[in-house]
Design a protein around this ligand. Structure first.
Ligand code: AMP
Length: 336
């Protein structure tokens, strides 16, 4: 039944090799195709390419919010009415450290599909871990993961190739989460090879990530244009994030301290034009520590293009910070 519907959808004219592995979910979401298999995704992407249809892509980890949906609108703008918008929902295990919240990361595919349908997404791509990283726990070497001696020699074929950006990924998130960007660049490279996007949209919310993806795309000659869309915020300034779900009770109020830091830094720059980065960092750390459950992980001032840390803060300098609110780690950034 779902196949029948998908074939008759106007955006899907001519596409007959649909592969939907979750028909029971798909049946409730007419208008959105759900693709789970990697080969089916790639086959369909090639089909659209041959038909001259532009592919706009929004990679996400799901638990969608208005920020993600703003990226969908941007992708539609670039793909055009006749184009295809693909949104991936994949909680990528390789970008989480061993002590991070991978297993607890919020997931609600049904709700995501509802939002995708309302937003005009054509295809939701939800690959599974086993297909993305066959035997990855055994084969992916990591400084944090113990390998049994000699195990590499006799190991059957699994997953053992990573994409590593070596310059922009050394600071900030890269310094705090040493294997994070390796996981991000690896999964994004894989997703690009599966979805074959003409345009991929990323959020400015993850500024460093967007810069690294841009660099990877240029360095490895991907034919995908990277578009970075603005950060969507709650009315009190908190950047929208799937992890905001963890902020219960007073933690939600305390989380606005990230936005306060941005405002204070902006005001400082406006008032005295240039400012010592070291002094401003101390002031912002104190501001964060005023909130009982807040702990500053890092605050950095840097050039928005090169990500090189700045000693002097002036108009146009970029600020990024990571703050734990209780156990929840939040990040934010802004141009000053
Ligand atoms: P995530 O699901 O958190 O991995 O995010 C998927 C994409 O959505 C990334 O490119 C993020 O930068 C982007 N994103 C997350 N939060 C926001 C937001 N508040 N506004 C705009 N984009 C966002």
């Amino acid at each position: 039944m779902f196949r029948h519907h998908a074939r008759n959808h106007p955006r899907d004219a001519g596409a007959i090799d649909i592969c939907i592995d979750w028909p029971r979910v798909g049946a409730n979401f007419p208008g959105v195709q759900i693709v789970r298999s990697l080969t089916a995704m790639q086959r369909r992407a090639r089909h659209w390419q041959r038909a001259g249809r532009r592919i706009g892509f929004v990679p996400t980890m799901g638990y969608l919010h208005a920020g993600h949906l703003s990226l969908v609108r941007e992708a539609r703008k670039h793909a055009g009415r006749n184009g295809i918008v693909v949104l991936s929902v994949y909680v990528n295990p390789t970008q989480f450290g061993p002590k991070e919240d991978f297993s607890k990361y919020p997931r609600d595919l049904k709700h995501d599909l509802k939002l995708c349908r309302a937003a005009g997404v054509d295809v939701v791509f939800t690959p599974g871990d086993r297909e993305m990283y066959p035997r990855w726990g055994e084969s992916l070497s990591s400084p944090d993961r113990k390998e049994s001696p000699g195990s590499t020699e006799s190991r059957p074929a699994g997953f053992s190739t990573c994409v590593v950006e070596e310059k922009l990924s050394q600071t900030m998130e890269g310094a705090s989460r040493p294997t994070h960007f390796r996981g991000v660049t690896t999964v994004v490279a894989k997703l690009f090879n599966l979805v074959l996007p003409d345009v991929a949209v990323f959020g400015a919310k993850d500024w460093q990530q967007a810069a690294i993806i841009r660099r990877m795309t240029a360095d490895l000659n991907f034919q995908t244009r990277i578009v970075v869309a603005p950060t969507l915020r709650e009315p009190d300034g908190l950047a929208m994030s799937s992890r905001n779900k963890y902020l219960v009770g007073d933690l939600r109020r305390q989380a606005t301290v990230l936005w306060c830091c941005i405002q204070v830094a902006r005001a400082a720059v406006k008032k005295s034009r240039t400012f010592s980065a070291a002094r401003l960092k101390i002031a912002l750390k104190k501001l964060v520590e005023c909130e009982p459950a807040a702990r500053l992980d890092y605050v950095e001032f840097f050039d928005p293009e090169t990500l090189v840390p700045a000693a002097k803060v002036t108009r146009g300098t970029h600020l990024a910070l990571a703050v734990f609110i209780g156990k929840t780690r939040l990040i934010d950034n802004a141009r000053l």
